[in-house]
Write a protein that binds this ligand. Structure first.
Ligand code: BES
Ligand code: MN
Ligand code: ZN
Length: 508
């Protein structure tokens, strides 16, 4: 879908969207259109007693008499002082959902400055466009026989706004974020016969086009580094593992002296990239196992985030590292009871081969802190089913050894509508991982506090680095459409971490 911005000149034909504030007050564009239509909008509002201009409400006028317009959509904005970026993105998404598949190729949306709203008109218009684009995502590359009438028809969305040039500028950064979100959604949607460690690494490689430095470590290198925990997971699959290191150096050369040197230390994002999780020898039940194609969701978010940051030229040094393996049962697979040696030197008793994500992350976290000495590390992982029991599909679990970092992630999540909830870490939970045979075991044994013990396990491999872990098992795949997130891969985390970087770590 092409998105463009132009002067607020209402069209005389085609499809147009105008808005109304809660209580029924028409925005200037809606009033102008109402006049052009000889009061038809006012009459339509009167004829629909429950339409109050509240958010999420809408009203349709088809082929209003005396005009050549096909479709007028009147959307509710809610109260003027409650309009914010999230609301406007939702509005854009709602507009796309209403008009994207009705057979129209072009839609024009008037976005006016609103009294009482803290945002400027260009910011408002850019957010509406962003929301519409986010909602327009569709993974349809394998639908070879789809009827034309089932495909989206909307090709061009024109936003009518007082300062089109400025709006275009505002939209560029948001559009780069949307590009990152779309890449992540594509990756989590791909089936595991197509996307496996080597091909996922190839996808990461494409980021070099944007100025990101991408390094792919193969099995031999991982062996040399001593990543016994990650390799133990990978050994049951014919698909060899990879670790991919992506570096975006958004700070100019020379930011490496004195105080600036500290600022140049990267912040690090680490992703679990299990391209398929059968559970291994501790095999999962058949029902729903197909979901485990998106067990690389954390890695997908890190790749999409790097794309977003580079795409909008973020002034920050970031390293993204993903651990890619396939967890399969086979004659060469790891067995319950096996003891592996991690890169950190700690030995791990693998009591359940389905608790594999933490084994992969143990080595990647250690490698990251060892090689890059980052200011902080944030990992993302579809790590536990238990987080879905705790938080459902709305919020992600947040665990951290650092209150400031936790607070910042929470704030960024609230700001973009990708919300997180902090869960505890505590020595008492750590004790549950004590093994009789090795330094640590990979499950606690009981059914209680499953997400916390998983996080405690990870904490043993961060060596005191400020670190946060986002358990995204519940939020990576959506079963129903949301305003800016169609069902399927959500890319939860890309917008959150982009905002986290922008608000707290970028040189302004
Ligand atoms: N990838 C799963 C977690 C998961 C479950 C993600 C459902 C998305 C949806 C993870 O590797 C796993 O299998 N975890 C086990 C841990 C258990 C064996 C301690 C779990 O949650 O059951
Ligand atoms: Mn598993
Ligand atoms: Zn898994």
């Amino acid at each position: 879908m092409k998105i463009s911005f132009s002067k607020p000149q209402l069209p005389e034909s085609g499809v147009v969207v105008v808005s109304v504030l809660e209580g029924g007050k028409l925005t200037p564009s809606a009033a102008a259109l109402d006049k052009q239509l000889k009061g038809a909008i006012g009459r339509a509002i009167k004829a629909a007693p429950r339409f109050k201009g509240k958010k999420d409400q809408s009203l349709t006028l088809l082929a209003p008499g005396g005009s050549k317009l096909d479709h007028v959509l009147v959307v509710g904005l809610g109260k003027g002082d409650e309009i914010d970026a999230t609301r406007l993105q939702g509005l854009g998404g709602q507009i796309y959902a209403e008009l994207g598949t009705r057979g129209h190729a072009t839609v024009e949306v008037a976005v006016d400055a609103i009294e009482g709203c803290a945002m400027t008109a260009p910011d408002m218009a850019a957010e509406v466009a962003f929301g519409a684009r986010l909602r327009s995502y569709r993974f349809d590359k394998y639908l070879t026989k789809e009827e034309k009438d089932d495909k989206p028809s909307l090709k061009s969305l024109r936003i009518l706004t007082p300062d089109a040039a400025k709006t275009k500028g505002r939209f560029e950064g948001l559009n780069a974020i949307a590009d990152g979100v779309f890449l992540t959604r594509d990756l989590v949607s791909e089936p595991a016969n197509v996307l496996y460690p080597a091909t996922l690494a190839d996808q990461a490689k494409t980021l070099t086009e944007l100025g990101i430095d991408v390094e792919v470590l193969g099995k031999a290198q991982l062996e040399k580094l001593g990543m016994g925990a990650l390799l133990g997971v990978a050994q049951g699959s014919v698909r060899e593992p990879r670790v991919v290191v992506m570096r975006w150096q958004g700070l100019p050369n020379g930011a490496g002296k004195g105080k600036a040197a500290k600022d140049a230390e990267p912040i690090a994002f680490i992703g679990k990239g299990v391209t398929f999780d059968t559970g291994g020898i501790s095999i999962k039940p058949a029902g729903g196992m197909e979901d485990m194609k998106w067990d690389m969701g954390g890695a997908g978010v890190v790749i999409g985030l790097m794309k977003a940051l580079a795409g909008r030229g973020a002034k920050v040094n970031v390293v993204g590292i993903i651990g890619l393996v396939e967890n399969m049962p086979s004659g060469s697979a790891q067995r319950p009871g096996d003891i592996v040696k991690s890169m950190s030197g700690q030995t791990i008793e693998v009591l359940n081969t389905d608790a594999e994500g933490r084994l992969v992350l143990a080595d990647v976290l250690w490698y990251c802190k060892d090689r890059f000495k980052p200011r902080l590390m944030v990992d993302l992982a579809t790590l536990t089913g238990a987080i879905i029991i705790a938080l459902g599909e709305e919020l992600a679990g947040l665990f951290s050894n650092n209150d400031e970092l936790a607070q910042r992630l929470f704030a960024a999540g609230e700001a973009v509508g990708e919300r997180v909830w902090r869960m505890p870490l505590d020595d008492e939970y750590d004790k549950m991982l004590k093994s009789d045979a090795a330094d640590v075991k990979n499950i606690s044994g009981g059914r209680s506090a499953g997400s916390i013990t998983a996080a405690q396990f990870l904490q043993r491999f961060v060596d005191g680095t400020p670190w946060a872990h986002l358990d995204i098992a519940g939020v990576t795949w959506g079963k129903k459409d949301k305003p800016t997130v169609p069902k399927g891969g959500t890319a939860f985390g890309v917008r959150l971490l982009d905002r986290f970087v922008a608000d707290f770590y970028e040189k302004k």
